[in-house]
Design a protein around this ligand. Structure first.
Ligand SMILES: [Mg+2]
Length: 130
């Protein structure tokens, strides 16, 4: 699947910390055959990819449409419709299908949200190919 991850409050915290499990989950998802993209309402976030050394995992970065979602994919240069999204905004998950995550809480290092998302993706991929 082409899986699109939101950035702020999904992969990184408000104070720009990488959420626990991101690199390991990305590694696992790629091993499972998925292609990973980041998108954000603030534009392509290559600075986040570079800052946290995620280059090997992330195929591309895009603008995320915040309204009129499907119509704006073309306008924003997103070349296809995501198969699955991971986002902290319910609307994006409702429109494209995927997993809603909550921002990392405290204690930060106990945050398991990326692994929960991974389990959801594994389960979705299993039913999608059936
Ligand atoms: Mg967000």
């Amino acid at each position: 699947m082409n899986i699109f991850f939101d950035v702020d409050d999904t992969l990184i915290t408000w104070d720009v910390r990488l959420r626990p499990g991101v690199a390991d989950v990305f590694d696992r998802l790629r091993a499972d055959g998925h292609i990973l993209y980041l998108w954000s309402g603030y534009g392509p976030r290559w600075e986040v990819v570079r800052r946290f050394a995620l280059e090997a995992h992330v195929e591309d970065c895009f603008w995320k449409p915040l309204y009129n979602h499907h119509a704006r994919l073309v306008e924003l240069g997103v070349p296809f419709i995501p198969d699955y999204v991971v986002d902290d905004h319910a609307e994006i998950v409702r429109v494209f299908g995927g997993t809603l995550v909550v921002p990392a809480g405290t204690p930060f290092f106990d945050d398991q949200e990326m692994w929960r998302a991974y389990a959801e993706i594994v389960s979705f991929a299993a039913t999608a190919t059936r």
